[in-house]
Design a protein around this ligand. Sequence first.
Ligand SMILES: Cc1cc2nc3c(=O)[nH]c(=O)nc-3n(C[C@H](O)[C@H](O)[C@H](O)COP(=O)(O)OP(=O)(O)OC[C@H]3O[C@@H](n4cnc5c(N)ncnc54)[C@H](O)[C@@H]3O)c2cc1C
Length: 573
Amino acid sequence: AIYNSFAELPQNLTFDFVIVGGGTAGNVVANRLTENSSFSVLVLEAGPSPEGLINHTVPFFNIFLRSENPWDWNYTAVSQVGFNGRALHYPRGRILGGCSSMNGMEYLRGSSEDYDRYADVTQDPGWSWNGIQPYIRKNEHWTPPTDHHNITGQFNPAVHGFHGINSVSLAGFPSAIQNQVILTTQELAEEFPFNLDSNSGYQLGVGWEQSTIKHGKRSSSYTSYLGPEFIGRPNLHVLLNAQVTRLSQTASDPPEFLTVEFAESRDAPRLQVTASKEVIVSAGSLETPKLLLNSGIGNASDLAALGLETLVDLPDVGKNLSVMIMLNLAYFVNSTDTFDDVIRNVTRRDELLLQWTETGGAGLLGNGFGSHHIYTRILSNSTIFENSPDPAAGPNTAHIQSGTSNGNISPPPEGHFMSMSVTLNTPTSRGSILLNTTDGFDQPLIDFGALSTDFDIFALKEGIRSAQRFLGTRAWDGYILDSLNNITTSSTDAELEAFIHANSAPDGHIVATASMSPKAATHGVVDPDLRVKGTGKLRVVDGSILPFVPSANTQFAVYIVAERAADLIKAAW
Ligand SMILES: Cc1cc2nc3c(=O)[nH]c(=O)nc-3n(C[C@H](O)[C@H](O)[C@H](O)COP(=O)(O)OP(=O)(O)OC[C@H]3O[C@@H](n4cnc5c(N)ncnc54)[C@H](O)[C@@H]3O)c2cc1C
């Protein structure tokens, strides 16, 4: 069951596994471990349930969850030189389901080379593209779109799972720009070939957007993995409003940390629970390193500087942070059939919400805001590669990802738009998560290290130029009127660089703060079985263990990590 307070949790329970964080990964692990009725699991989640919160359920409304709100950790990152000194709000879900309860729902797998690289750098073939195939099938439940249109030619059924837990679907509402997008793939077929399914392992080209949406409603790790058919299991317990502040050492040689300290609020008494088998930290790429550091697991000199005793000297905790960087290009269009009015006109929004409610999820609101994804590479003879090695996982892995949308997600009061995102999928800049204080309720210092390499700036410039070539085809003639951002094909390199520093931002795809590495390696934080190095009975299972971002948004990779981790844990016990 799900409990709102510690007082509600039956006091006679004991737990084999305690999972810190009921987010994207944590709920998968909880579900899979409790398939074994002899395992008892407690999930401790800092936030509340999304039940009844319309902005979390209506897919299109995810755009209203990007600024400060009560279901967010409301982080402010440290000011970034690469962003002209801007200190940005950085959204993360503080709610059951974690970021899967508030993200953009885009379902993107990246390239097969991304996973083969994970296998290479960890020396564990289980993380390869072939190795993860069973977990793709366990996770994915392909679902028809709400309008039941003919989806032949919009995806490849052979690469999808139809019997998994988390729903994935194509949009159930046509986008007014979809024909122009497809025409562009014909007109500039060499640079932008149509790709029947960018999720096949071969991602390059232009594919239809797939989203974690079920019948016009968000499918998150909460709605799926803790769905009604699972949550009644007598061995599955989820405690909300329980923020874990520290893990306490319970054994040495190797050190174990089976006692978990948590509290319902900053000033509330600290409570404790002890697992008998393992503690699994699934608090996400920001809170996981913070928790390890607060528990004395991390770089000895960083810990000493805060007066913390080092119990396990693990220098890479919180280091190597890698995050994708994105820009949004918006263009005035010769049409009023865009979604801009849905965002700025409450009456229009209410009409559509009524339609969504009455039809059980149909219409524009039952979808995300994108239409297609475009994956491109920087040409291999490009000058940047004279001094910077190619950071992509392989020759078929995109450096840049773009998305087309029939509107602007933050439109000015007047005008109608189409927009193209430009995202750096292979960032080479690295940042860090460090403790600011030793209070588990305080925010960590989040330093993206953004745009600190020549490659990253070069790649974003190329991404803008590529978007301009995409929109410069006959397909868009007479439709695109003007650039909202004053970025044109005659903008100079210097103007593009100024635009990038002034406007780019990290997106939600952040990894590597508790990276996996080979078993014997002294670098990294977890081994390929996701055990924290130098400890016993302690694992990390979430986005933080990925040593590189895949060349795609990260929820898919996190679901797969969690599915495989659950199997590894079951096998161990
Ligand atoms: C705004 C936004 C949009 C995104 N859009 C997309 C998208 O469209 N497609 C895509 O693929 N990916 C997207 N992502 C990224 C993707 O959602 C994340 O990579 C993924 O969900 C992270 O999963 P996780 O399990 O690592 O962490 P989370 O899902 O963040 O889970 C961590 C959980 O732990 C809880 N927690 C943290 N600390 C504690 C503590 N001390 N005690 C108790 N509980 C704690 C949190 O509240 C949270 O529930 C987006 C992310 C954001 C923020």
